[in-house]
Design a protein around this ligand. Structure first.
Ligand code: GTP
Ligand code: MG
Length: 233
């Protein structure tokens, strides 16, 4: 038997979506590009961001780049990012498994209301489920999955795969040791999300990071058109 649960706190989600739309207009008015990184715990989100910063900082001054990190506890990720000299703030969510739009609004206060920022990177709490239901108004949502999580991650998390604008399959340097069929992962992701660029990457070797940076520059991506429903009476 397979029990399927089809609804989660609709009010909460709708309220967050309203707030996320408001955030998007704040970003746009400020002329700031916002990229959100999501994925399971330890998939390599911070490591990919660190590598990405090496490219970004060839184009932007450190004070033009901001980072907001979400984690249940510690400021370890923000401390890693601080080494790059960019503006940073860590949000500790306590027991909550995702960031919400109003958290970002608060965090922006600590980044001088986002003044002077050209790029803002948000790293969500390591979780492959909840964060995907709570958009933060970003111009691109980047799913970072990795080869050690198991080949079946995309099919087991179809919503996460569908709503992402860019899909990174990280740690490909470990694919041979793990005996993982990366092609199968690409095929599964492609079936669920026909549009998103799928990037094979390794934050360890630097593979795919330039490609990711180029893909981010193309954001924002056209919204998925709502399917028109015609009711015949
Ligand atoms: N071999 C290899 N290791 C990697 C790669 N990317 C990240 N790692 C390692 O994976 C571990 C987790 O990386 P993080 O960047 O902290 O992962 P994260 O997704 O930010 O983790 P949370 O924020 O805790 O969810 C670290 O030990 C990294 O050094 C990669 O491409 N290849
Ligand atoms: Mg991290």
């Amino acid at each position: 038997m397979n029990i399927v649960i089809t609804s989660i706190g609709k009010d909460l989600i709708e309220e967050n979506e309203r707030e996320a739309r408001r955030l998007r207009s704040i970003y746009d008015e400020a002329g700031m590009k916002v990229y959100e990184f999501l994925g399971g715990p330890g998939s390599g989100k911070t490591s990919v961001i660190e590598r990405l910063l090496e490219f970004m900082l060839q184009e932007y001054r450190p004070e033009e780049v901001g980072y907001i990190g979400g984690d249940v506890a510690t400021s370890l990720d923000a401390e890693r990012i601080a080494r790059y000299g960019v503006r940073h703030v860590q949000i500790n969510t306590g027991g909550i498994c995702h960031l919400e739009a109003h958290h970002i609004e608060t965090a922006l206060m600590f980044l001088d209301k986002g003044k002077g920022l050209k790029v803002l990177i948000i790293e969500n709490v390591g979780n492959l489920i909840c964060p995907f239901n709570f958009p933060l108004g970003a111009h691109a949502r980047v799913l970072v999955a990795d080869v050690t999580e198991g080949e079946d991650k995309f099919v087991k998390h179809p919503l996460s795969t569908r709503v992402s604008d860019i899909i990174v399959i990280n740690k490909v340097d470990l694919a041979p040791v793990m005996g993982v069929n990366v092609e199968r992962m690409v095929k599964d992701a492609r079936k669920l999300n026909p549009k998103a660029p799928i990037i094979l990457a390794s934050a360890r070797t630097g593979k795919g990071i330039r490609e990711l940076y180029e893909a981010l520059k193309a954001a924002p991506f056209p919204e998925e058109e709502e399917e028109e429903v015609i009711v015949l009476r």
